[in-house]
Design a protein around this ligand. Structure first.
Ligand code: UDX
Length: 449
């Protein structure tokens, strides 16, 4: 059991803290927001994440998990300080490291014993060398301090499981001491540990995320071609997935990837490459394809209709993926402003993301149209002229072709997540447009391409 402190209680920080406590460590999570800290002390999670609150409550009760705004007290006796603060994207695509710098300085001014500082946040390659130097420059006590890189691979919606049952733990260190300390922290997790140098660890995070972003963009690119040549992207993906070298995951074409990682990390790596005089053509292609893909359905519908003005539009799904209330880089945020500008009256359904969306677009008149939040897909579809599907929530998947047909004024559906069977939709009189799939009418009737 070690005394650990965790800086930042966002997705990465909070999940790390809770999972460290679950593995027997004594953990203090630090955040500057007094009210947030108070709520977390009561076992209430500030983020929607399956299984997190239960583990928070369990470990608070066991006396292993604490929350504070008093960073000095938390860092003073910590053997290891994890940094999980955000590295938001600057306008030029580079990472804003000011939160890391603030924590690094606080750590330097607080620690009174040897301490390993572990950076979980995604940072440009080479940053942790600078963080280490920065901490040493500001140290008050004569103690040993080193910085390790320990990138985080958790996905929102499955963050706890991804952490407790991770495929691997990547640790990047520059000394045997640091490697030993961090290995000991992770020993109770009983997971494969990949131990490399610090810069390689930093690079692994970007390379892994950008590879997945590329995989999705590649499928979206192929999906667009499938539409032109009369192939079906889901069948194509299925045929590809049996090849173990390709695998079955992240082959779903759709309305483009969103979230806090892929959009940010692709732009950041492209920026890092540019800074080094190199053009990262693959990642640039992923970014370009994704930007276009987010508006693929809007553009299709714009061509099909004279105008969206005065139309009742059902929007099913607002978050960037199911299982989260997060809207960052969600396709809905690209499409809804355009529809509002065009004068559409939007009826939006999302089981958890509506409250966050309403903070940006409050209910009522917006631009030339309006937005209303409803609590079921049926309410959104009632009398609608058009339906857009942006997120694959179970409730939305469960809508039947008959419901679209019966509830909508004109059953015209644009599905960014390929949720429904094309033939069933067609047979029930729904005009259905999805991604990379189309109905081929043969002499014998409707058959799937
Ligand atoms: C991702 C990585 O999975 C995680 O390892 C990393 O640490 C952070 O970024 P996250 O952004 O939470 O996690 O979600 P993820 O499930 O990876 O989905 C990202 C986006 O890709 C979503 O918008 C999703 O809809 C999209 N996606 C995913 C597809 O369009 N097709 C797919 O096949 C898979």
């Amino acid at each position: 059991m070690k005394n650990l402190a965790v800086a930042g209680t966002g997705y990465v920080g909070l999940v790390t803290g809770v999972c460290m406590a679950e593995n027997g460590h004594n953990v203090t999570c630090v955040d500057i927001d007094e009210q947030k800290v108070q709520t977390m002390r009561e076992g209430i999670s500030p983020i929607y994440e399956s299984g997190l609150e239960e583990l928070m409550q369990k470990n608070i009760e066991a006396g292993r998990l604490h929350f504070t705004t008093d960073y000095q007290a938390a860092y003073k006796n910590a053997e290891t300080v994890f940094i999980g603060v955000g590295t938001p994207e600057r306008e030029d695509g580079s990472a804003d490291l000011s939160f890391i710098a603030t924590v690094a300085r606080q750590v330097a001014e607080s620690i009174e014993q040897d301490c390993l500082v572990v950076v979980k946040s995604t940072v440009p390659v080479g940053t942790n060398d600078k963080v280490e130097q920065f901490i040493r420059d500001f140290l008050i006590k004569d103690v040993r301090v080193e910085v390790a890189s320990n990138p985080e691979f958790l996905a929102q919606g499955s963050a706890v499981k991804d952490t407790l049952e991770a495929d691997r733990i990547v640790i990047g260190t520059e000394s045997e001491w640091a490697e030993k300390v961090l290995t000991e922290v992770y020993t109770p997790f009983n997971l494969p540990i990949v131990s490399v140098n610090r810069r390689s660890a930093e690079m692994i995070k970007y390379a892994a995320n950008d590879f997945l972003a590329l995989k999705i963009s590649y499928m979206n690119d192929i999906a667009n071609l499938c539409e032109l040549v009369g192939a079906d992207i889901q069948d194509v993906a299925k045929g590809m997935s049996y090849d173990e070298r390709i695998g079955s995951k992240f082959l779903n074409a759709g309305i483009g990837y969103g979230g806090s990682c892929f959009p940010k990390d692709t732009k950041a790596l492209e920026y890092i490459a540019k800074q080094n005089g190199y053009e990262l053509k693959t990642v640039k292609a992923a970014i370009d394809i994704n930007n276009e893909q987010k508006l693929a359905l809007y553009n299709k519908a714009s061509k099909r209709l004279i105008t969206f003005n005065g139309l009742k539009i059902a929007v099913l799904g607002l978050t960037f993926k199911p299982g989260t209330d997060d809207l960052r880089e969600a396709p809905s945020l690209e499409n809804i402003p355009l529809l509002l500008k065009d004068g559409a009256d939007i009826y939006a359904f999302d089981p958890v993301g509506d409250k966050n969306f309403a903070k940006v677009y409050p209910e009522g008149k917006q631009e030339n149209g309006s937005i209303t939040y409803v609590t079921s897909p049926e309410q959104a579809l009632q009398d609608a002229n058009v339906c857009f599907i942006f997120t694959e929530w179970g409730e939305i998947k469960a809508v039947t072709p008959t419901q679209y047909k019966d509830l909508m004024r004109t059953p015209l559906v644009y599905d960014g997540r390929n949720l429904h069977n094309i033939m069933e939709m067609d047979m029930n009189g729904v005009e259905y447009h999805s991604i990379g799939r189309q109905l081929i009418k043969s002499a014998k009737g409707a058959v799937l391409a």
